[in-house]
Design a protein around this ligand. Sequence first.
Ligand SMILES: Cc1cc2nc3c(=O)[nH]c(=O)nc-3n(C[C@H](O)[C@H](O)[C@H](O)COP(=O)(O)OP(=O)(O)OC[C@H]3O[C@@H](n4cnc5c(N)ncnc54)[C@H](O)[C@@H]3O)c2cc1C
Length: 459
Amino acid sequence: MFRRVAIIGGGAAASALLGELLERRLPGPLHLDWYTGGRSPVRGVAYSTRSDRHLLNVRAASMGMFAGRPGDFLDFMRRHDPAVAGTDFLPRRCYGDYLEAQMAQTLQQGKINGHDVHIIPEQVDAIVPERDHLTVLQGEESRQADAAVLAVGALPPQPLAGVSAAALASMRYVVDPWDLLNEVEPEREAPAKVVLIGLGLTAVDVLLELSARWPRTRFVAVSRHGALPEAHQHAASAPADDGTTLLEAMRDAPEIRRWLQLVREAIGGGNDWRTVIDSLRPHTPALWHELPLPQRERFLRHANWAWQCARHRMPPQVHEAISNLESDGRLQRRRGRLQSVDLVGDALQLTVRRAGVQHTLDADMVIQTAGLDTDIERTDHPLLRQLLLNRHITADPQGLGVMAAADGRLQHDHNHWPHLFAIGSLLRGTLWESTAMPEIRQQAHRLANQLLGEAPASR
Ligand SMILES: Cc1cc2nc3c(=O)[nH]c(=O)nc-3n(C[C@H](O)[C@H](O)[C@H](O)COP(=O)(O)OP(=O)(O)OC[C@H]3O[C@@H](n4cnc5c(N)ncnc54)[C@H](O)[C@@H]3O)c2cc1C
């Protein structure tokens, strides 16, 4: 059992882990150092938005932060408004309020249970793992811990390949869309034409907000397949079965082409395609684990885009708003692969390749909406750079975070540290689905058990 634990990261994953640890009554106290990184503690990027246009993409009934209480968020919301339904897609800012309220309660409960939490609102610069402890360095300070957990979320976005230095310096190319969306008093003049690179849920957030902020701006969204995320149904429909037959058939033949065929057959069997995809969700880590590396590569090259569209869906009202933008002629979708972005005069020019042919596009502003960045080889995140340079961690070969055991212990050379763990997006290479709350709260529960030597949870 680890008594002194450093938790690095101030978002929902760290909060869920703290919740799991602090709510337990144990034979002795825990000493937790919580490094929150300084930016919107608890809410993180996802739940810092103040816009009511930004909705959760998971129904209220499934967003609780504790593995044992998935309906907790719904209960919280119903205390304010009894009319809220479990099937609703609520504003993400409400979820931020819930996390904050829950954390205040959890910290209080931790005190009652005899644990202490030292909150350090700073970024950790370095971690030095030794055989039986770790040293955590932040500025001039260093503190020791028996174990450390990286809960640092997705990495800061890096400019895409092909974007020129002049384009980056022009202030017309936006690498991190949240810098723009979270501007408190937006001062920029409305651009006439904005091009988005990437067409997932981040692009949807950007379109919802900027189309309202700039009512005369036209938007073009470019992505390899030009496909929008699919929409959730208005009412949740129960899966036709628990997916066991499909799952077993997939496990018997871990090969992407066969899996696609099996999924198509399951959908063809009269099931709504969403229920088939959703029935696989609890099993994706196990399926991913069984997929040989070349098959994972094949999936990432050929099927990932379709999986993302089908799995990470828009609430129906968001789908309607985006469809309206398209039918009003304010949003155009283009297929193609970005080759370059240059500054030409005082506008940006993009070169996009499609079916072997190059096309150019002009824009007053380009916004990168390429989704989660988890490639630690390319990151400028100081802590991950330090850990990688010192070979304390190993990059996932497909750019999906870090190499780790299924229980979150990080790999260095060919071994796993006994006391250095990760939770959340950094584990995508190990678990594949590792970014949303339903997965993160399960990880937090298992990790808490692991840190406490699998002590039975008494609350
Ligand atoms: C726009 C958006 C919308 C989403 N919507 C949903 C949704 O509707 N439903 C859902 O289930 N999931 C959603 N997600 C997924 C989301 O990633 C998770 O729900 C959850 O917010 C992840 O939390 P996290 O703590 O892993 O990461 P983050 O919230 O990113 O938190 C990471 C934290 O680590 C801190 N940090 C980084 N480096 C350091 C360091 N060196 N030292 C100290 N601190 C550090 C950061 O400052 C930050 O506080 C969404 C994600 C995004 C980006």
